[in-house]
Design a protein around this ligand. Structure first.
Ligand SMILES: [Zn+2]
Ligand SMILES: [Zn+2]
Length: 241
């Protein structure tokens, strides 16, 4: 757990640099859909720790991959995620702390939950009575899961599909990543903005879409050489009208 001093310092630096919202990604080892009892129990404990630290730091969002239900049905996997989050957050005042969990859409690997917007929506809806919850949509994951976002018409149709399922207003964060792999390939490999199979233009359409004005945009691009992260963020900023 970060110390009280560290938490105060975090708040001070966020004010100083005007950094809002603070979005934390849950450890990738956490699998709340896991069949194995030990993995499931450890995931609940680890996820509770994530929520406690996010509350201490005053973060706004905690991004969670819904997990893998390998060894059971998808329906059982969904039920475990909801039960696990319910148990993990018991007694923690997320609403009072201004913290919400964002369910991220995934690339579509076998047994992984959440590659279809309908599945993200289903989880968000089931969790709504339990915790403050919304969604995080990743451009690379959407593209490799088979959603067309590389043409303006395709992106408009994908946004309409998102609005009809998750609801655009519930998407608090977008992960802006170009992709190394083809649309529909289900391969989750991030690429620098404008250098992958998505290309530069779709990021401009996203960043300037008035329907998404409430959302935060975050790059999760690779750092192959020093400064790559800054260059990718600058590439995105350069697209904003
Ligand atoms: Zn992501
Ligand atoms: Zn990814």
């Amino acid at each position: 757990m970060p110390s009280a001093l560290e938490c105060t310092e975090m708040r001070r630096m966020r004010c100083e640099h005007d950094l809002t919202p603070l979005v934390i990604h849950v450890n990738y080892l956490v699998n709340l859909a896991a069949v194995k009892p030990d993995v499931y129990a450890k995931s609940i404990t680890a996820f509770r720790g994530e929520v406690e630290r996010a509350l201490a730091l005053g973060a706004e969002h905690l991004v969670l991959h819904p997990g893998s239900f390998n060894g059971s049905t998808r329906e059982e996997g969904l039920a475990r995620v909801v039960a696990g989050i319910t148990e993990a957050t018991n007694g923690l005042d997320m609403a009072g702390g201004g913290l919400s969990v964002l369910i991220e859409n995934t690339a579509g690997a076998e047994f992984s939950l959440g590659s279809k917007f309908e599945q993200v929506a289903e989880l968000v809806n089931r969790l709504t009575p339990v915790i403050p919850v919304g969604a995080c949509i990743d451009t690379c994951h959407s593209h490799v899961a088979g959603y067309e976002i590389t043409t303006q018409a395709g992106l408009a149709a994908t946004l309409a599909a998102l609005d009809a399922t998750v609801g655009l207003k519930r998407i608090a964060v977008w992960h802006c990543n170009d992709a190394k792999a083809a649309c529909g390939s289900k391969l989750d490999r991030h690429e620098h903005i404008g250098e992958g199979t998505i290309g530069l233009a779709p990021f401009g359409w996203l960043l300037n879409d008035p329907q998404l004005r409430h959302a935060a945009f975050i790059a999760e691009t690779p750092v192959d050489e020093e400064g790559d992260d800054r260059r990718d963020v600058e590439a995105l900023k350069g697209l904003v009208d």
